[in-house]
Design a protein around this ligand. Sequence first.
Ligand SMILES: [Zn+2]
Length: 246
Amino acid sequence: MGCVTHPGGSPPKLGGMSTDAPRIQQDQAYYGDTYLFETTATVVAAGTDGDGAWAAVSPNIFHPKGGGQPSDEGTVNGIPVTPSRNDDGLVVLSGGTEALEPGTAVGCSIDAELRKRHAALHTAGHVLGHLGEARGWTSTGHSHYPGQARLDFSPEGLEAELATPELREQVRGELQEALDAVLTRGGAVSAATDAAGHRTVTIEGVNSEPCGGTHVARLEDLRDVRVLELKIKRGALKVRYEAEHA
Ligand SMILES: [Zn+2]
């Protein structure tokens, strides 16, 4: 799978990229532990851009929107913030960080239920994407937003196989059956980041792919994973699905 099409988007580079400033170290704690919902952190950078004040903290538990996965919601010192990734590769927090200066200790918290829901949808997307590709389909896009999660594949060559609602329902059922088999078998989900900052996510018995998102710890943590519908629309085969965290 190419960088454009895998469920997690391109793994981001870590730290600052500027050549005339010291590289800012930010420990992306969400890479290592999906279930770290609260932490004390230190402000490692702060500034102002077109959208207002921002601050970067380390360790950072906030997943920024990317690769089809939505941002976490959370607070710094009890004030709601919005995470995003800046051009230097830092995860920055805006909306409630005006008064923060580098070196300050802060209390960080994310919405645990939302994190778990996003991780469940995203991990299920990995599995379903793999099953589609195992059928010979080519991934072209994805979204893991709650209520509108879907994987897109190229419809080329599938017109006959998916020509009628009955045929699409049959393939949907086959995908569900394959999905159920993988989930019944279960397996660990792990991630490793190399020295260059490239992160690879491995689902035991499924596959490994580059990804910067959040995932459940084991496939057993997923429940109610359902392939909802297949349809060919605007030049893509769209496979809608749902997933919950156990
Ligand atoms: Zn992922």
